[in-house]
Design a protein. Structure first.
Length: 133
């Protein structure tokens, strides 16, 4: 393969990655970028009984301490956008909620605090609902 052809392939791959990232941003509603910090009075709530079956299964695994199906389950959730109450780093941990028909981790998560308060997100951390048990 000559050098020009290899350079063209690299450029095509980079453009493909840039376009893929751009398409992902388009899928996020504009309101997500303007969402204010956590407001306890505005937080939505959801009963465990109203969660999807996959979220209920993840919640059971969290309470049991695992084992978890995804290697990222249990990692620290940074709360960088401040959509959950502000706590010290390491307070929140995230867990994957299986999404039927999706081959990757999907967008659904449960984030739990050290105090066992958990939140459900079905849009990859754009919004959260406090899980009521």
């Amino acid at each position: 393969m000559n050098l020009r052809w290899m350079s063209a392939l690299r450029v095509a791959r980079i453009l493909s990655l840039v376009l893929t990232a751009g398409m992902a941003l388009i899928a996020i509603p504009a309101s997500a970028f303007n969402q204010p910090s956590y407001n306890a009075n505005a937080v939505q709530k959801i009963a465990v009984s109203a969660l999807p079956q996959e979220a209920k299964a993840t919640l059971r695994l969290i309470k049991q301490g695992g084992p978890f199906p995804h290697h990222r389950d249990g990692v620290v959730f940074g709360n960088y956008e401040k959509r959950l109450p502000i706590k010290q780093r390491g307070y929140y941990h995230e867990y994957t909620v299986k999404t039927p028909g999706v081959r990757n981790r999907g967008a659904r998560r449960i984030v739990c605090g050290v105090s066992s308060v958990c939140y459900y997100s079905d849009d990859h951390y754009v919004t959260f609902k406090l899980i009521l048990e």
